[in-house]
Ligand binder design. Structure first.
Ligand code: PMP
Length: 426
């Protein structure tokens, strides 16, 4: 069988196939249209990627201009292109890592792979040859390659964890807000480091605000304390901002809520707002100092499409739009409206719908926590029938809107969600 769609056979596109997938044809602002002309609010923001809204001519123009004058300009074997240099400088400035370096790739998974690779090589280059283990938390998602699946090691993907048993050691899930829960996590981290042996651990990876079990926002000191403990033992801290980054949570990077910076920061999705497949792994100056440009201590990590000129040009323009249109601030303003609306909705179904969690335009609602996991699917179907696309993982319903959303569009999406919840939960 040839799979041309994620997890789907292309025969689902045949008109007679049931249940029919939504065959998307067009998109503008926060809306998507299918081939029958039905309009939907994009309540998943293109898998969390769409920050600046759909159909932006400025981004098409940025790609057109770069593609017309040199699309790829592959920066390998002694060549480079200037737009990737400018984007790297900009990302280093935005993350506070001046003097650091950036490794570009095409997907979030590859950015996380690059972070693993850089962490392992960092220690090797410093003569710390035993540091081969990466610590990962329960419930963070890091990608779809073998190593990133092993790091996440969730549910049906757990066998990948076994395949790479020697490389990853699992910690509990990122705790919710309470300080005591953070202290418990820190204790688990401390005892794991002791048990495994700090001299064997290269890095720790987590999403600053993970989503899989419903969005979890830890105590504001959590990540700073985690990083301090890691550094006491020479362990690098990798912040996976692939989904959190570029304003989604109401700060440009989610780690800014916690006043901390990853030694390695991975990003993708919002970097180009989904207009071009591009990702990046930003490394601090201290990490970068362990590498040379050439020779034994060089990072031998290439990719045909790494630092693709057109992708970098689209990313540059995306960041201009995020800044010029104050979209991070809009995420905070409209996010408060989403939070209030979801809280009121959840209150209609005590015990059956948990109070929502989230910040910025990054929200989840957990349905029927102890019972039927089909309910979230039924709510999705109702939303779709009423003109909104979103997604669920088990009984966790995701709700992410593009950051250009207006108050009227937030209200329209909340009406669809409310009607859908009432239709399913009565
Ligand atoms: N890390 C996180 C936090 C993600 O949310 C994702 C994608 N959902 C990835 C990594 C992997 O990115 P991609 O699907 O582009 O490989």
């Amino acid at each position: 069988m040839s799979y041309v769609h994620p997890m789907w056979h292309h025969s689902v596109l045949a008109p007679e196939h049931a249940p029919a997938p939504v065959v998307l044809e067009r998109a503008e602002g926060v809306y998507l249209w299918d081939r029958e002309g039905n309009r939907y609010i994009d309540g998943l923001a293109s898998f969390g990627a769409c920050i600046v809204g759909h159909g932006r001519p400025e981004l098409a123009q940025a790609a057109y201009d770069q593609m017309s004058s040199g699309a790829h300009l592959a920066p390998v074997f002694g060549c480079t292109n200037d737009v990737s240099r400018r984007l790297a400088e900009r990302l280093l400035a935005l993350t506070g890592h001046s003097g650091g370096s950036v490794r570009f790739a095409t997907s979030g998974s590859e950015a996380v792979e690059a972070a693993f690779r850089i962490a392992l090589n960092y220690h090797l280059n410093r003569g710390d040859t035993e540091r081969r283990i990466i610590l990962a938390t329960e419930g963070s998602y890091h990608g779809t390659t073998v190593a990133t699946l092993a790091a996440a090691g969730r549910g049906e993907n757990r066998h990948f964890m076994r395949d790479l048993d020697d490389m990853f050691v699992r910690l509990p899930a990122t705790p919710q807000q309470e300080e005591a829960a953070s202290a418990e996590f820190l204790e688990a981290l401390r005892s794991t480091i002791e048990r495994v042996g700090p001299h064997r651990i290269a890095a720790f990876v987590a999403e600053p605000i993970p989503v899989s079990f419903g969005i979890r926002i830890p105590h504001h000191d959590h990540w700073r304390k985690v990083k301090e403990l890691l550094h006491e033992h020479g362990i690098l801290y990798i912040a996976d901002e692939v989904l959190n980054g570029f304003g989604r949570t109401g700060e440009l990077f989610a780690e800014q809520h916690f006043g901390v910076t990853g030694d390695l920061i991975t990003m993708s999705k919002g970097l180009s707002s989904g207009y071009f497949p591009i990702s990046a792994c930003v490394a601090s100056a201290a990490v970068t100092a362990a590498f040379d440009e050439y020779g034994e201590r060089a990072l031998r990590h290439m990719g045909t499409y790494s630092a693709h000129a057109a992708g970098c040009a689209v990313a540059m323009r995306t960041i201009d739009i995020i800044e010029d249109e104050a979209l991070v601030e809009n995420a905070r303003i409209q996010g408060a409206r989403v939070g209030a609306g979801l809280t009121a909705l959840a209150a209609e179904f005590p015990g059956r719908v948990h109070p929502p969690t989230g910040l910025g335009l990054f929200w989840t609602v957990v349905l029927n926590p102890d019972g039927d996991r089909q309910l979230a699917r039924e709510v999705l179907a109702e939303c779709r029938a009423r003109g909104m696309i979103t997604q669920a993982n088990g009984n966790v319903l995701y709700f992410y809107l593009p950051l250009v959303v207006t108050a009227e569009e937030v209200d329209e999406s909340l009406v669809i969600l409310s009607e859908s919840f009432r239709a399913v939960l009565k």
